[in-house]
Design a protein around this ligand. Structure first.
Ligand code: CTP
Ligand code: MG
Length: 228
């Protein structure tokens, strides 16, 4: 069973407000992308990696992969205008005989082998897709024009992260439609795919702002007691 990873790294990182795309913002003195790339490379479950690069940064991605000794990287392709478009481009680079495609955001540097194992375990049980999720500590309300219109049943809600793993044929069909979505799972769900949620990881925080970057940096460099 061959497992391919598509690493979505093509975003501009506007909210990070740096002079370069977010994937190349500095985390502990190296590009943010290096962290997830190295972790996916080290995974015993992943065979090949496609990086979806910020347009114009395809070559620096290849150089970074070489520098890190990431021999599983088989392609670096320019992304599109949206995350969904970038993922579609990345999935297009995956070999026809791939059994599973795992899609991950470079913006979540701390991907772990444990989460990858949980996702692939769920696919092994017969699910079309698996996503990592965490329960929500806060009460969640739907608000319109400042007025609360509904309090949602928190027990049923999950904050969903990446990596997200799918049977390759299922993901290919889901992205082919060209629809926009903030994650891959929703495209699969919309086509009737059966997706399960496995336990996520608070360390899979998505780096959006400079504060997030500093927090992840402290987890990497600080003592283990700093970690969530
Ligand atoms: N992404 C992508 N192609 C895009 C937009 C986003 O591959 N056109 C990727 C990002 O690189 C990131 C992930 O999707 O790994 C999640 O996106 P987000 O956190 O919003 O990153 P950016 O779009 O780069 O940040 P911003 O929205 O602040 O510009
Ligand atoms: Mg964005």
């Amino acid at each position: 069973m061959s497992v391919w990873a598509v690493l979505a790294a093509a975003g501009r990182g506007e909210r990070l407000e740096t002079d370069r795309p977010k994937a190349f913002a500095q985390l502990n003195g190296r590009p943010l992308l290096a962290e997830s790339l190295q972790r996916l490379e080290a995974s015993a479950w992943i065979d090949s990696i496609v990086v979806v690069a910020p347009p114009g940064w395809e070559e620096p991605v290849i150089l970074l992969a070489e520098e890190l000794g990431c021999g599983k990287v088989v392609a670096s392709v320019a992304g599109g205008e949206s995350r969904a478009a970038s993922v579609r481009i990345g999935v297009g680079e995956v070999a026809d005989d791939a059994a599973v495609i795992l899609v991950h955001d470079a913006a979540r540097p701390l991907v772990s082998e444990l989460v990858v194992e949980r996702l692939l375990g769920a696919l092994n049980e017969g699910w079309d897709g698996a996503v990592p999720g965490l329960g929500l500590p806060d009460t969640v309300k739907r608000v319109r024009e400042g007025a609360v219109v509904e309090t949602l049943p928190r027990g049923e809600l999950r904050g969903v992260q990446t990596p997200q793993a799918f049977v390759a044929t299922v993901l290919r069909a889901a992205v082919a439609g060209g629809d926009e979505a903030t994650d891959c799972s929703s495209l699969v769900e919309a086509r009737g795919g059966r997706v399960t949620v496995v336990e996520g990881d608070p360390r899979l925080l998505k780096v959006t702002t400079a504060d997030d970057l500093a927090l992840v940096e402290s987890w990497l460099g600080g003592s283990s007691s700093d970690a969530p």
